[in-house]
Design a protein around this ligand. Structure first.
Ligand SMILES: *Cc1c(COP(=O)(O)O)cnc(C)c1O
Length: 376
């Protein structure tokens, strides 16, 4: 936890649950990625945390933005992002949203199907478009596979078609899955897409951009390779694939930029056992699956949890939220252990919760308010 967050929690003692994000830490992650991948232009994936304070911080650092909806495009523009620095990166868009983004000055759009290409040709004539390729998501704790992207063969046809439709087919993209902990995923995807890149270039398509997506991991319960490890592996893969003709490189980090900048403060509501001699205690918090912790689905993302009793004897726990839905159980199988002394009223902290939390919070399931967030 950063000293700014610790001071805020101590001095303001905000009601829980709440997320506190340190904007200096957001900036530090942005700069670390910039240093690790000097070749790449950074398009922050707005969906990870769309708070105006985060977007404004990144505008100040010169970031570009990957927006997934008309609303996210407008959120970027509202804090002063230039339209030329916004990519409308969702492959699933309403035609009227494409038109509104185009009218607002956005010129860069993703697609992965013929119907989407037709929408783009009608609603964003002359725009720069890039095709998303389906790649393996193995090694990712939060895979995005199957839903997005098309095969290399189909991408080839669509890119060749795009020029004839009055669009500028300028690039290719992929996403190796979120919380990707293995550099091999990027290396394999780069090699796969590079072949198509060369093929299309030889056919006269003026390809200039390769978008490596996001996926860079945050540290949760377990250590992950540092961002320099990803930077080096990606650089080497690019040199191997493109030699001295590396195209313009784009990355779209979300989680890596904001996750570790956030700490979620929560209160223990109840500690109980299902039977008198059951070694497993059930710890119910005032935050759960419906108030921001959606990525605990399938126990995929395992947040690090600290308590006021750390250092004392621990025992096995299941950890659940406060609502009346049994889906609102975060961890039952992941081997969490918490201090035996933990009791109702204690404050616990869930670390690295700055990404994919606030906006996943329901609007009032069981009467619980959406997750409150503070930016310091
Ligand atoms: C979600 C998403 C990202 C960000 O992914 P992270 O794993 O958070 O870095 C980037 N690009 C696209 C197209 C996305 O959908």
């Amino acid at each position: 936890m950063t000293s700014k967050i610790a001071r805020f929690l101590r001095e303001q003692a905000p009601p829980t649950p709440c997320l506190v994000v340190d904007l200096d830490r957001v900036a530090a992650s942005y700069r670390a990625l910039e240093r690790a991948l000097p070749l790449a232009r950074i398009y922050y994936a707005v969906k990870a945390n769309p708070a105006a304070e985060v977007l404004r911080t990144l505008v100040g650092l010169g970031s570009s933005f990957d927006a997934a909806s008309e609303e996210e495009v407008m959120a970027c523009l509202a804090v002063g992002a230039e339209p030329a620095k916004i990519s409308y990166g969702n492959t699933i868009k309403k035609e009227r949203s494409i038109r509104r983004a185009f009218e607002a000055g956005v010129r860069l759009f993703a697609f992965d199907s013929e119907e989407e290409l037709e929408k783009l040709a009608r609603a964003a004539p002359g725009a720069q478009v890039y095709c998303r390729i389906l790649v393996e998501n193995e090694g990712a704790d939060w895979p995005l596979s199957r839903k997005f992207g098309c095969t290399v063969e189909m991408a080839r046809d669509l890119m060749l078609k795009a020029a004839g439709m009055g669009l500028d087919p300028m690039g290719l993209s992929f996403h190796v899955g979120s919380q990707q902990t293995n550099t091999i995923a990027y290396e394999a995807a780069i090699a796969k897409v590079a072949m198509l890149f060369t093929d299309l270039t030889e056919r006269g398509v003026n390809l200039r951009m390769l978008n490596l997506g996001g996926g860079f991991p945050a540290r949760y319960r377990k250590p992950v390779p540092g961002i320099d490890t990803f930077g080096n592996a990606i650089h080497q893969a690019l040199v191997k694939a493109f030699g001295n003709a590396i195209p313009e490189i784009v990355v779209e980090p979300g989680r890596f930029i904001v996750a570790e900048a956030g700490v979620l403060a929560a209160e223990v509501v109840l500690v109980s056992r299902k039977a008198k001699d059951d070694p497993v205690r059930w710890v119910y918090l005032d935050v759960g699956r419906f108030s921001g912790l959606a990525e605990t689905e399938g126990e995929a993302i395992k947040y690090r949890i600290t308590t006021p009793h750390d250092g004392k004897a621990k025992g096995p726990v299941a950890i659940a939220g406060p609502t009346c839905d049994s889906v609102d159980t975060m961890y039952e199988k992941s081997g969490y252990q918490l201090p035996q002394a933990l009791k109702a009223g204690d404050q616990v902290l869930l670390h690295a919760t700055g990404a994919y939390t606030t906006t996943y919070s329901s609007v009032g399931f069981n009467g619980f308010a959406p997750l409150k967030d503070y930016y310091v």
